[in-house]
Design a protein around this ligand. Sequence first.
Ligand SMILES: N[C@@H](CCC(=O)N[C@@H](CS)C(=O)NCC(=O)O)C(=O)O
Length: 209
Amino acid sequence: MIFYDCATAPSPRRARMFIAEKGLSVETREVSLAKGEQLSPEFLAIHPGATVPVLATESGLILSENIAIATYLEEMHPEPPLLGTTAEEKALIQMWNARIEHQLGLAIAEALRNGNPHMKGRALPGPDNFEQIPALAKRGLERATLFFDRLDAHLADRDYIAADGFSFADITGFVFVDFARVIKLRVDDTRPDLKRWYDRIAARPSASL
Ligand SMILES: N[C@@H](CCC(=O)N[C@@H](CS)C(=O)NCC(=O)O)C(=O)O
């Protein structure tokens, strides 16, 4: 297997954490988004969608999208389970993962990509160039802030986001909550339950990779 990673970006960090939590060691190639390597002919030949993470499996399958990579690895390496074992757990993990991607991950991307002068003409990831819409930068920050509040309330009486133990939903939540620093949104004592959970996940070895 080959894992196409980028040390500075949140989406590949989710796959990196997942691989580490599974105790796997996978050959890794760095794709520098800062240098635009995702748009190089070499990388486009592997994944025309021009995003990371990508996992090339031993059978030659090219998997982009965290959910696809996680599903494949969970099936091939079931222990420890990160996508749940019961019907309820599996459903709740998927539900929270989707909520976090849409309401937090995309909100941060909206704020960053439409507000940062370095991302002019690159308001969306992928092979096509889109101009920035400044109003989306403002809306993205508002949406991300509201989701921080929701997650803080959700975590008031629980240790993990979706199940009794650590799961893929915690990986997605942790990576995006941490990445929110790029839009100047940080976890602090004003959201104590979010902070308690964040500190618990940050202490896992996979969180420092
Ligand atoms: N839904 C995808 C998102 C992948 C994605 O958007 N990755 C970003 C990095 S966080 C990317 O490759 N960006 C390329 C670019 O900005 O041109 C996943 O979960 O894997």
